[in-house]
Write a protein that binds this ligand. Sequence first.
Ligand code: AKB
Length: 315
Amino acid sequence: MKRILVVGAGGQIGTELVPFLQKHYGYDNIIAGDAKDESVARMAEQAISVKMDALDLESYGSLVRKYKVDTIFNLVALLSATGERFPEKAWNINMGALMNSLTLAKENGCALFTPSSIGAFGESTPHDMTPQDTVMRPNTIYGVCKVTGELLSDYYFHRYGVDTRSVRFPGIISNGCLPGGGTTDYAVEVFYEVLRKGRYTCPIPKDTYMDMLYMPDALDAVIQLMEADPAKLKHRNSFNITCMSFCPEQLFAKIREHLPEAVFDYAVDPVKAAIADSWPDRMDDSCARAEWGWNPQWDLDRMTKDMIEKVGRKV
Ligand code: AKB
């Protein structure tokens, strides 16, 4: 990777991925693209930032050529809960950005990273230690897009030799930019709410387990996978990765160890609850460990302490 375009750079992952890539590959080699004016203005303070529409093949292609891009990170997506409110829009945005990224990667010889998700799985998937290769019949439009994206990305690799790679991200917990529209968002929101107001009302049932990842591990995963020796990759799109699995009750008990006065209650959102229930409780990430050395460093204890410190400084 020498010249990288991050598409959809203003979101939760892009906000932290761009400075991380700058550290590894140099400031001048990272281009941060986003469709929203306010994101482009915010990013301009710390990166080469461009306003772009990933759904417009021609202008997206001009950027790839202008900056001589050799690697694209396509982070454009409506997340799972928003997707259920606007299914057609979710399909058009998520698949439109992916198809254009695949087309441009093919035409310009770029490597392409597009995140998949635990959302690619569904009710009929084994929920405990969900295998790398298993039943994938998601119940959400977000999941349908993710499974289609995995298949298309593998197709472009086998058919055209495009270097496509991907991980199935669990919920990502971070303190740079809030996620929006996801089912796992509660695990980030709770820190901001308890530190601001001393209480949090959770939309996910107290005993529903989902996989989670702390952002530093998510960033390491992206670079490790993209730098991995292709000869060692038996899979490409996409790898299970996880570093913790918990339910709201367990996270809140951990937060209470630091903030004993915090109050938690529940107002379950039926859409989010159904989505969370259809996803794995805990994935098996042994293929990622074996094929490219995935080795997460953060657990629930350390993550909670770090989030309370970092979010505490912001609120
Ligand atoms: C969501 O909740 O929709 C995302 C995801 C797990 O892909 N955070």
